[in-house]
Design a protein around this ligand. Structure first.
Ligand code: GFB
Length: 366
């Protein structure tokens, strides 16, 4: 019942960092955190950045994912439902106090110099809270507490310091979670199920556009922002989602350039090798096609040329849709992704919980 009040309190946050893959990592952490604090998680909309628009767009959580499977793990409520049915009863405008770790400096010179979270300063911060007409009258700096509820009895410390009687709603300036997702929280991905609309679009695409038989899903991350990000490979042990293949403590190796930005030759070689090995191990279900998800170059022509002798064709969506790409990659018989990208990490987690095989470009190192 959407209008029943949870006396254990609520937790809200803005997914204000990064794009979808980053936000999904943060979501799993926020879900674990709200469960540990025993507060209902307010499901935030996804923050999207559209070309040519100055302000972020907020897409309701349930556009992409079902709410019900999440309820199997913990109490959650859509942000719109919370604001419509619950907030008027427990969260008056003069009690809306934002939470941040420490003071955040303001960008605008004419604001009071008093230490504050400035939770609505800049994009996407302002547009996010404005979507639900939320403003804050004060700030709380919660340092030295943190979000790692798997250690040091952290959840109890939060509950003692900010009890729900006094703080019915805790709205965080950013996600109460780490990036990349903590190893302990990866498995929560099992509660993230595609909305019926996306599930249908995914099945329809596969049925109507891919030849019958097994297919490999691949993720190519090769846009200009990524090429620039990969320059940091030289000075780091890990980058973005790389713990997913290297291990959280580099127990499976350290970072190298091909892991971030594999060459076209490497990509084609690795696909051919996988097609051959599937043919040997599973001759009744040979690979018939490749589904390509990419942010910039899908390499369709190169792939079709390289794979024509093997009778395998390459396909992509007609219109760009990152979430449909993800849903299809999650269904593929095999998946090759980019270890450094959190977009690939989403697919890897979904496939891990379903027991489907995944691999990464250039991994293990040759
Ligand atoms: O998802 P994301 O956080 O993954 O951001 P990374 C990459 C975005 O690029 C996605 C688009 O949310 C999509 O909008 N994109 C990437 C794709 N791959 C695909 C694809 O295969 N198909 C489609 N349709 N779109 C990080 C950023 O990206 O990259 C960081 O989140 C930073 O903030 C860094 O910018 C350089 O982890 O790959």
């Amino acid at each position: 019942n959407a209008s029943e009040i949870d006396v254990n309190g609520y937790l809200a946050y803005c997914p204000c960092m990064g794009r979808f893959g980053n936000q999904a990592d943060h979501f799993l952490g926020a879900l674990a955190f709200s469960k540990a604090l025993n507060r209902t998680l307010i499901l935030p909309p996804w923050v999207e950045y559209r070309k040519g628009e100055i302000r972020s767009t907020q897409v309701p959580f349930d556009t992409y994912f079902q709410v019900e499977p999440l309820q199997e793990f913990h109490r959650v409520i859509l942000m719109a439902d919370f604001m419509m049915h619950i907030a008027p009863k427990i969260w008056p405008e003069n009690k809306r106090i934002s939470f941040c770790y420490m003071e955040r400096k303001t960008l605008s010179p004419n604001k009071s110099p008093k230490p504050d979270c400035h939770a609505k300063d800049g994009n996407p911060f302002g547009p996010f809270w404005d979507t639900y007409n939320i403003s804050f009258v004060d700030s709380v700096f919660y340092s030295p507490l943190n979000f790692d509820i798997h250690h040091r009895a952290m959840a109890t410390k939060w509950q003692e310091k900010y009890p729900p009687t006094e703080w019915p709603v805790i709205p965080f300036t950013g996600a109460p979670a780490s990036f990349p997702v903590q190893a302990e929280n990866r498995d929560l991905h099992r509660y993230l199920r595609w909305s019926n609309i996306y599930e249908d679009m995914m099945r329809t695409f596969i049925k109507n556009n891919l030849p019958r038989g097994a297919f490999i899903g691949i993720h190519l991350r090769n846009g200009i922002d990524w090429v620039r990000a990969c320059e940091h490979v030289r000075d780091s042990q890990q980058l973005f989602a790389s713990p997913q293949c290297l291990g959280y403590n580099n127990e499976r190796g350290s970072l190298y350039f091909d892991l971030c930005l594999p060459s076209k030759e490497l990509i084609i070689r690795q696909i051919k090798r996988l097609i051959k090995s599937v043919k040997q191990s599973n001759p009744t279900n040979e690979i018939r096609s490749i589904f390509v998800a990419a942010d910039a170059n899908h390499m369709i022509t190169e792939l079709n040329t390289a794979l024509s002798r093997m009778n395998v064709t390459a396909h992509k969506l007609y219109n760009d849709d990152p979430h449909l790409d993800l849903a299809i990659l999650g269904m593929a018989n095999h998946f090759i992704g980019n270890c450094v990208s959190s977009f690939s990490a989403f697919v890897k987690r979904e496939r891990d919980v379903k027991g489907l095989p995944s691999y990464f470009w250039a991994y293990p190192k040759e």
